[in-house]
Design a protein around this ligand. Sequence first.
Ligand code: ZN
Length: 87
Amino acid sequence: MAIIIQPVQWVYLWWKVLRSFKMTPLPKRKVSSARRDRRRANDFLTPNNLTVCSNCGEVRLPHTVCPNCGYYKGREVINVTKEAKKE
Ligand SMILES: [Zn+2]
């Protein structure tokens, strides 16, 4: 006596097979070259070049007045103590 599987049972078995499949997560669409390049734009940033102040020895950005002592190129440009008092 052969076992006859009803069509309803076939559907049920097929569903079991389908649900047992676990597809790996895949990107929905291709990443465009513009988007890829925008993402990579920040990958190779170089840190700011810092120099040491000749007056006080504080680390500062080049070509800027020292925020610590207010000196630039060996002369006082801003009076840091007065600026601090005003605030
Ligand atoms: Zn300085």
